[in-house]
Ligand binder design. Structure first.
Ligand SMILES: [Zn+2]
Length: 221
């Protein structure tokens, strides 16, 4: 398993290249999109390790996610003109606290490290969920949403590939794979109910996008 620092460096590099490609080819409408592509890939590269219960990286990750969640909630609240000001002040810190203490506790309780979070269907969920959130809560153009969501998926997959590379062990010039080889770039979990659940979540997210299409929210796909 690669270290947290290695994942951050790789996620930043993938995001930098992705943001540059988007900027050079003008695949954006908002000037901030290339930066969001970078940020999205960086966050995506950290997400698979959400399921490891102990250590600083997970705490740091939830600190970062709660901060981003609070900022996102604030951004959403100030766009709602008819929302009373005390809601605008009160909601963002509540969202941040729920992510930091509520969701992180649930994650620790229900996830197994190197379980379904380290898998390709989980990467697909990240792409669909990012696009869904941006479609629902932001005014971004479909092209911007598409490149930002794909960047989150690219960062996530970079983490999986890196974990697989670190599972390739060499002992005295001889190839000696570690037990974790093949557990990161997987299509399914060893548990059938978990595998069924993750594909049901993908189906649900596709349905949400379909519903948003009917509602007339512009589709990036
Ligand atoms: Zn990992």
């Amino acid at each position: 398993m690669a270290s947290f620092r290695t994942h951050i460096v790789t996620g930043s590099a993938v995001g930098y290249v992705g943001g540059s490609v988007v900027a050079i080819n003008y695949w954006f409408f908002s000037d901030l999109t290339p930066f969001f592509v970078f940020l999205s890939s960086l966050i995506g590269s950290m997400l698979p390790d959400l399921d490891s219960d102990s250590g600083k990286p997970v705490c740091l990750l939830f600190d970062l996610l709660s901060l981003l969640g609070g900022c996102f909630a604030f951004y959403f609240c100030i766009q709602q003109n008819d929302l009373p000001v005390y809601y605008q002040i009160g909601i963002p810190p509540i969202v941040a606290l729920i992510i930091r203490y509520g969701i992180s506790t649930l994650f620790k309780k229900f996830t197994v490290h190197r379980g379904i979070f380290h898998s390709l269907p989980a990467a697909l969920i990240i792409v669909l969920a990012t696009a869904g959130l941006l479609r629902w809560f932001s005014e971004m153009a479909p092209l911007d949403i598409l490149v930002i969501s794909l960047a989150a998926g690219a960062g996530f997959v970079s983490h999986l590939i890196l974990d697989e590379i670190y599972s390739l062990g060499f002992d005295g010039g001889r190839f000696k794979p570690k037990n974790s080889l093949g557990s990161a770039l997987a299509w399914r979990s060893s548990s059938v109910p978990v595998t069924i659940t993750i594909y049901l979540v993908i189906g649900l997210l596709v349905l949400i996008h379909w519903y948003l299409n009917i509602e007339g929210v512009k589709s990036p796909f």
